[in-house]
Design a protein around this ligand. Sequence first.
Ligand SMILES: NC(=O)c1ccc[n+]([C@@H]2O[C@H](COP(=O)([O-])OP(=O)(O)OC[C@H]3O[C@@H](n4cnc5c(N)ncnc54)[C@H](O)[C@@H]3O)[C@@H](O)[C@H]2O)c1
Length: 445
Amino acid sequence: MSKNSKPKLTVKEATGKLGILTPGMGAVASTFIAGCIASRKGLSKPLGSLTQMGRIRIGKRTEGKSPLVKEYISLTSLENLEFGGWDIFSDNMYEACKRAAVLKPEDIEPIKEELSAIKPMKAVFSEKYIQRIRGENIIKEGTLWEKAQMLRADIQNFKKEKNCERVVMVWCGSTEAYCEPSEVHMTMEAFEAGLKADSDKIPPSQVYAYAALKEGVPYANGAPNLTVDIPAFVKYSTEHRVPIAGRDFKTGQTLMKTILAPGFKVRGLGIKGWYSINILGNRDGEVLDHPDNFKTKEVSKLGVLQTILQPELYPEQYGDLYHKVLINYYPPRGDNKEGWDNIDIFGWMGYDMQIKVNFLCRDSILAAPLVLDLALFMDLAGRTGFGGIQEWLSFYFKAPQVKEGLYPEHDIFIQSMKLKNTLRAMKGDVEITHTGLDYYDYYQE
Ligand SMILES: NC(=O)c1ccc[n+]([C@@H]2O[C@H](COP(=O)([O-])OP(=O)(O)OC[C@H]3O[C@@H](n4cnc5c(N)ncnc54)[C@H](O)[C@@H]3O)[C@@H](O)[C@H]2O)c1
């Protein structure tokens, strides 16, 4: 071990196959699966995925060592992934891809056979939590407890049939109606009693998460749903060393916000107002058109600026910031969301300036690589013995889940450093602080 290196954590090798289960097999999940299959057939490239195409610097700048992340640390290869999941619609992944209309037919047709073979299992669903859509592929009978047992059996069967060594779950289902933690969420005993009593305080996403945790399957939450952010699951997952992470994939407008706001902040530029509006026409947009579901999304989106800008420490620059976020359902746009931001900033002597951002993005194209990275890194966390909340994966989320008493880091550059330094720590390499002092002779007598 070199003088500067730390003791290694033990990372078990990523042997065998990894199963990725997604509750929700709509636009994001189908685009993710199609991209993985196309990439492993050499028809496409997994762009936007840190695990596949990103690099990590090791050691000093003079050493010239920047391996690919996937060559640096043991991750399951695309060839060794198996895909499955649940949806309230019975469309297979070929049909789901066509329906979502994210990808062009010429990208879907060459992988039709592989996509058609992936069929959603029957979903646990509640109209209380999602009002705008109705599907037929749902488990109709039984209490929530019985449904949770069926999901556990689904996981076990999938693992056996596909010959997977390990499984991870990434929620790609719709955004549920807003809910806050209640009595039933405080302990695992209370939660299980709630499942048996069919408590309406338990949304479907928590039934999936419960099944995952009980099966030792890491759970990442791609929606702003409460799901694993409850004391019962935090405690259980920590004690049983099952990784959990959330909430809400960081794509689109919030991604831009967490790129821009840290820049204004470090330059000491003040911000008076940040007005954000989106139009979106996919099924996600349709679900979010209901105020209860939008509330969940709004809470997730609004926290970002407060945390980055710290108005309590910088009251003159950010104390009066007005932040507004709107999402409007507009079917003609489909998955091609358009976001507008108007930012009213001010600088030296209080002079005003304005910035306009018009992001014509593709929602699922931005989200798909995040599903892949999260699945692979959650599996890595499991193999490293990291249980409970995976704060090092904040990079991927709009509202990162953190331990009680900590504030989340939203600044994407801090998040990236956190992630890469965690990988270095897993390997026992020196963490990179970017001071660069040791390249100069500042320490002479
Ligand atoms: N695309 C992005 O950029 C992005 C960013 C952040 C978060 N998200 C979130 O990711 C999720 C998926 O987005 P999408 O664009 O794929 O939406 P989508 O509507 O195309 O897909 C969601 C799927 O979940 C299914 N579903 C709903 N309830 C379910 C349940 N209880 N069990 C199983 N399936 C269920 C729906 O039938 C639907 O097919 C949404 O919650 C969205 O808010 C997406």
